[in-house]
Ligand binder design. Structure first.
Ligand SMILES: N[C@@H](CCC(=O)N[C@@H](CS)C(=O)NCC(=O)O)C(=O)O
Length: 213
């Protein structure tokens, strides 16, 4: 069987969540760079892989897939290594809930608004749009506070063991904590800060650290 191929830039949070999943499984893979800052995801060739022109896209032995959570689940269920999805119905529901929070609330506020304006816009020579940041801060703060309440005293987001929920949040937390708004919001989330102190030491997290972060 061919090794899986991930299409996207290593600096994308969604790409990194997939890479983290592969790393935690100990699975082989190849990353094919699609630089979204240079518009490489807008070509007809890439659109054939992902009609919504987002990253990541994925292919494994003729099986093509897009949407990060679907890819993460497929990787977990296809490759050897520790299971990254809880068996317990409640913990599994919690994992699905956290994927939903990340996609619907946390990513748009923390990454699409705060991180893009604070970290990416200056990199490309622009000036952050303060109105975009200000509008996003309440939802970003609610997102990290909600996740802090959900993890509580647990070591990981769904309980005592690592799950895909942790691998979804880790890249977002990493970037968001590097913005002034993130630093302030995360002061109110001691459980998440404890979680990140451990997560950030994991080999998978170290190995996938993006140049942007
Ligand atoms: N629903 C998609 C979202 C992926 C996504 O938003 N990726 C961002 C990068 S982290 C992207 O492709 N941005 C490029 C763009 O919006 O043009 C998934 O879960 O895979």
């Amino acid at each position: 069987m061919a090794d899986p191929v991930i299409y996207g830039p290593a600096f994308s949070t969604y790409v990194r969540s997939v890479l983290l999943t592969l790393e935690e499984k100990g699975a082989p893979y190849r990353l094919e760079e699609i630089n979204i800052l240079e518009g490489a995801h807008q070509t007809p060739e890439y659109r054939a892989r992902h009609p919504f022109t987002k990253v990541p896209a994925f292919e494994h032995d003729g099986f093509a897939l897009y949407e990060a959570v679907a890819i993460m689940r497929y990787v977990d269920e296809t490759f050897e290594g520790p299971s990254l999805q809880p068996d317990d119905a409640r913990a599994r529901a919690r994992m699905t809930q956290i994927h939903g929070i990340m996609n619907a609330y946390a990513y748009p506020a923390c990454i699409s608004a705060c991180v893009i304006q604070r970290l990416v816009v200056p990199l490309t020579g622009g000036t952050p749009d303060e109105a975009v940041v200000a509008e996003a801060v309440p939802q970003a703060t609610t997102s990290v506070e909600a996740l802090d309440a959900l993890i509580g005293d647990n070591a990981y987001l769904t309980g005592a063991t690592l799950s895909l929920a942790d691998l979804h949040l880790a890249p977002v937390y990493d970037y968001f904590s590097q913005t002034p708004e993130g630093a302030t919001a995360l002061q109110g989330t001691p459980n998440l800060r404890r979680w990140w102190a451990g997560m950030s030491e994991r080999e998978s997290v170290q190995k996938t650290k993006p140049a942007l972060g």
